[in-house]
Design a protein around this ligand. Sequence first.
Ligand SMILES: Cc1ncc(COP(=O)(O)O)c(C=O)c1O
Length: 485
Amino acid sequence: MKMNIDYIKFLEQKASALDPLDKIRKNAIEKVTDCSEQFLSGLDTSPVFNPSETEGSGLFDSPITEEGKELDDVLQLFDEHILQPGLNPTSPRHFGYIPGSGLFYSALGDYLAAVSNRYAGIYAASPGAVRCEHLLIKWIAKVLGYPDTMAGDLTSGGSIATLSAIVSARDAIGIKAKHYDSSVIYMTRHTHHCVEKAIRIAGLNECIIRFVDIDEKLRMKADALHDCITSDKQKGLHPWLLIATAGTTNTGSVDPLKDLSIIAKVHKLWFHVDGAYGAAFALCDSGKKVLDGIDLSDSLVMDPHKGLFLPFGTGAVLIRDGIKLHGPHRYEADYMQDESALAHLEMISPAELSPELTRHFRGLRLWLPLQLCGVAPFRAALEEKILLAQYFYHEISKIPGIETGPFPDLSIVIFRYLPLKGDPDTFNESLVHVIQEDGRVFLSSTIVNDAFVLRMAVLSFRSHLNEIDQVIEIIKEKIKFLEKG
Ligand SMILES: Cc1ncc(COP(=O)(O)O)c(C=O)c1O
């Protein structure tokens, strides 16, 4: 076969834009840095929520074309149609849902990870990247009191981490299709929806789910759990999985982990703790006390993109008896034979502990800030968030007409306003609406005990006393406005 060398060279030339020269790279970096600096320096004044009319639809006016565009024009599109509309999770005044924040050093870690593109799924391909992720998992395990026998994985977030934990539990307990309709899972109405989603994805939809009663602090009642399990056993059912939450999304409540662990042990249940939001508080003294018993779980989820302030895209799952994480995720393939020969048990490839094979080297975005800042600023920021939530709780209670939920276990406060007349639910729905539309601060809402309540979730490393005071002033202002209206 005669090859057309000229055509190959023509294609090489045509593809050269994919590999910019150093001068072009430097220029691009400068422009992107200017863009990010402008964004970061505007955070103090820019709105946290921008309910723009176009909602980014202008992007469709600049479709992907055969020829590329100028970087300035692309950055303009990014700013106008991606950065501007909607919620700004990096804002110090974001107190809705579970606030993200986004460490700057993580962005640098992502940049280096993308440029160097190490293959972090397989030990043989990048022993350093894999060791880096193992080191981080070991560090998280130590913070949470897990033993050396554990194994873990850095995931894309809490939902996938939960899926890994659920399939590990399923296989460890030996739940097979023929058992599904007599196998019982226990949680509460405050358990995050990703748990039920993971149960469905894991094929366990036919299992029986019991929502255990909660106490006045919105925590699972240990005695109610015990009664439920006993009654299910008497009916000939098979209780096998207990899901507790260390920091519910709704209210931040922490289930009584120690008591629940004892019940799980007595009845031979797998004890999973969802600490996606709350587990990182184990780094600070007051958080550690609240999380007492977290180390007794069989599996645990913790999200560095929540409590360790990383940009979105990093969760973590830990399995106490590490081999049980390996069980459902191991693989054999002829084309991986070189890797298997080299794999070291202690440095097992993440691909054997995760649904993923090829993956982002997400460890670098956690490793770099931890190396550069040390752990102390993380501890301080988390302790500060707990105290800020308590401060908010005290200050908001002073506003006439405000009814608060339980004193916060961690850093989420729920509250509502009882209007002089009219339906409280309708009033509070309007209240959260006008606060969001105003754009200076962002709160979200939920339903607790059938009542519409507002949530104040303090988690960004950028949120400080000043921002909390600002929220309180805005709430007062908006209540006055709605009461007048
Ligand atoms: C308690 C809890 N569990 C699990 C999740 C799911 O995590 P992710 O959004 O990272 O998938 C969340 C998310 O907010 C959460 O708050």
